[in-house]
Design a protein around this ligand. Structure first.
Ligand SMILES: Nc1nc2c(ncn2[C@@H]2O[C@H](COP(=O)(O)OP(=O)(O)OP(=O)(O)O)[C@@H](O)[C@H]2O)c(=O)[nH]1
Ligand SMILES: [Mg+2]
Length: 423
């Protein structure tokens, strides 16, 4: 089965902790502060590898974590930064944030990269907190936690050509004739449940990727049948082969089918309806087909569409059809991609804090800046706590809490830290 969606959990590395240390010098009882900074945590980076064409590997490995930065050392030695963790994805992978649904990256070109989680900054060592007032700070910052999120990966098949048509017109029979793909073929509708890709070789160095998708029926654009899920696979193809059953063995009129299917394409996406299309009149080996074919040729001449008589049963006409399609591909001029398709979305700027209360009356402070400060503060050290309080006042959190009526002794929670409010 073709897997084209995957969910992965990623975690960038935490920053290394800053060190708190003092120089030891002869004759100097307490030398200057000399704790080094921690190194940056590793980023998590997605990178396109053109040798991949499915997301199947993510079925077996779903969690990825980059290494943490190394902690700072004594003698002002900084900890090493961690290497980024690269995760390979196939071209055509659309990446969304699971929680917000926001598009994080649209990866199409070989080698293209997207940083999907940033490593945490290294904590600063105590040497960095020296100022005119504090000559010998004893505290250091902890490393910033690395970003973590769940990503939804979605692969739109990068097929050049799509086989489109009613169920049972012979789409799978055609792909199995012209490529090495071996999809199931049967006389009932919706035999094909997921798209199948095949490589069609025309001549040495000339090949294209053909996609066989489940049959479409009326209402497909709004989810009737199976087609809707797969129309997005056709979105990125350059040419459509519209397969019609001209044998009439199912009692339908091929010209009517043609209009119904094109209407579905149009309702799904106007651009899809404008894609170059060639008509394959299939099942020509059946005697009744000839009559319908003649009518079809006459009709399509007016429509300005090329029609190719083929039989997937005997193989007749398929070489000509594939050669023509290959020719059209060479002539194909890329449509300019809609701008939003290629944009890499930047993370939101850090928002302010907000205050809420839970059922027990605990004040809950949320906000990226303050949460980061809590994560990076070593609360075992009095000086670090003092620094925390100074920033906390500067951010206006204390004033905001008072405005909300906080009393001495009330609880305040930030992330997993709970403390008692004191003036
Ligand atoms: N006589 C004849 N039968 C054909 C030809 N092409 C396909 N068939 C038969 O038509 C039936 C449907 O063929 P499929 O290739 O499964 O059709 P499909 O369009 O892929 O159908 P779905 O996957 O259900 O959308 C099968 O019984 C095939 O053997 C042909 O050229 N001649
Ligand atoms: Mg099929």
């Amino acid at each position: 089965m073709f897997i084209d969606r995957a969910k992965i959990q990623i975690k960038a590395g935490d920053g290394g902790h800053g060190m708190s240390a003092f120089r030891r010098e002869k004759y100097v009882p307490k030398g200057g502060p000399s704790g080094g900074d921690g190194g940056r945590g590793g980023d998590v980076v997605l990178v396109v590898d053109e040798n991949l064409n499915t997301l199947i590997d993510f079925r077996y490995k779903r969690k990825f974590a980059a290494n943490n930065g190394v902690s700072g050392q004594t003698k002002n030695m900084h900890g090493a930064a961690a290497e980024p963790l690269y995760i390979k994805v196939p071209p055509g992978t659309l990446v969304k944030d699971e929680e917000t649904g926001q598009v994080v990256a649209d990866l199409t070109e070989n080698g293209q990269q997207a940083v999907v989680a940033r490593g945490g900054r290294g904590g600063r060592g105590n040497a960095r907190f020296v100022n005119s007032v504090h000559r010998a700070p004893t505290f250091a910052e902890k490393g910033e936690p690395g970003g973590a999120r769940t990503l939804q990966l979605e692969l739109k098949l990068l097929a050049d050509v799509g086989l489109v048509g009613y169920p049972s017109v012979g789409k799978s029979s055609i792909i199995s004739r012209v490529s090495a793909a071996k999809p199931e073929i049967a006389a009932y509708h919706f035999t094909t449940l997921t798209p199948v890709l095949g490589v069609v070789s025309i001549a040495e160095g000339h090949s294209f990727v053909l996609a066989d998708i489940p049959g479409l029926i009326e209402g497909a654009h709004e989810g009737v049948g199976l087609g809707h899920d797969f129309l997005r696979h056709v979105e990125r193809t350059k040419i459509i082969i519209h397969v019609l059953d001209v044998s009439g063995m199912e009692g339908r009129d091929p010209i009517e089918d043609y209009h119904k299917i094109n209407n579905e394409l149009k309702l799904y996406n106007e651009r899809l309806a404008k894609r170059p299309q060639v008509v394959a009149a299939n099942k020509m080996d059946i005697p009744e087909a000839q009559d319908n074919y003649n009518k079809l040729v006459e009709y399509m001449a007016k429509e300005g569409r090329e029609v190719y008589p083929v039989s997937a049963a005997t193989g007749e006409g398929l070489t000509q059809l594939m050669q023509r399609v290959s020719q059209l591909l060479l002539e194909y001029v890329e449509e300019p991609e809609a701008e939003e398709d290629t944009k890499i979305y930047e993370a939101k700027p850090e928002e302010e804090f907000s205050i809420s209360r839970d059922d027990e009356g605990t004040f809950i402070v949320t906000g990226k800046g303050i949460e980061k400060l809590v994560a990076m503060t070593n609360f075992d050290n009095d000086e670090a706590v003092q620094r925390f309080q100074a920033i906390w006042r500067k951010l206006g959190i204390e004033a905001a809490l008072k405005e909300r009526g906080i009393q001495e002794g009330d609880s305040v929670r930030i992330r997993d830290m709970v403390f008692e409010f004191k003036e």
